[in-house]
Design a protein around this ligand. Sequence first.
Ligand code: SOE
Length: 387
Amino acid sequence: MGQLRVGMVGHAFMGAAHSQAWRTVNRAFDLPLSARMSVVCGRDEARVAAAAGKLGWESHATDWREVVTRDDIDLIDVCTPGDTHAEIACAALAAGKHVLCEKPLANSVAEAREMAAAAATAQSRGVRSMCAFNYRRVPAVALMRKLVADGRIGTVRHVRAVYLQDWIVDPEFPLVWRLRKDVAGSGALGDIGAHIVDLTQFVTGQLIAGVSALTETFVRSRPLPAGELNGSDVGEVTVDDAALFLARLDGGAVATYEATRFATGRKNGLRVELNGSLGSVAFDFERMNELEFYDATLPTDEQGFTRILVTEPDHPYMSAWWPAGHLIGYEHSFTHEVRDLLEAIATGTDPAPSFADALQVQLVLDAVERSAATSAWVPVEVSLAGV
Ligand code: SOE
């Protein structure tokens, strides 16, 4: 079995989730490539040294520019805030490293275009790249896509997607990096709205063609985090707290989207429902091992939403885990993600979502922001192969 030597940049929440995936993937799946957790990189020596020990990395470093050029590294996993995705990923691709980059791909369409172009160039040299929209790899979401692709709900007419969190409802929650446009690029829109944009395009096979949007920032000033006091003890929130938009998809479906961090009581409430000519299908991440399916082709007296427990061995990814009825969690979606990436690298194929797919998401996010700023309907450019 070949080895794939991984270098990960960033070691916070996503770094921890990715580390769990790299630790687990070859113990759950039989793959032609084995991931080796060679080095984790972070800005603070003491903190990244501790992270290496806790998360299971062989070594640690503080200079990503050195890590991406090392001959003993084959893949760079970008788990940093969005303001560094482009420079790290493009440097790694130029150095011939495969790249896994957290979502959203970038903080702007311009950066996303640069990354997609760099990925296309690297692909011609057999270098693979993937954007970490992990919810595609929840088995129930993969089953949702299969049911739609198999025509089981007929023509998709309605797409209804929400991603609801509430971690900053308290106005005293500090001004962390996710609340600063210069670091995060946008707020709820890019952080969690990007997920439902990618997920709905994935399960329907349709692209968002145009949007009408509004955004809101409910709390505009917050206490600065300890250690960032710069003569003032508060700072301005420069991103959206909530983004809501209507959309038309290019296959004819109409859609509503809501991404907010102010849905008090909703901790990570990602829900998608599709209504079609022959039925409906609905996913709720808070019940992530289940999928609701309504089959309107059944005799009327048998129709009703059924609850599919997505834990059978022939459900996507599930043969690697436990007997039917034993559930999996959020972290498994990351293991499935790196599984598919390892298999793509081993078989010389391109994993999805590509940087071009992620650029398409970025184009939607940009259209939403322009629509919100102008209260106008904004069409979404379809980028061909990400350039
Ligand atoms: C936001 O808090 C967040 O961490 C997102 O950044 C992740 O992508 C999502 O999976 C969980 O919530």
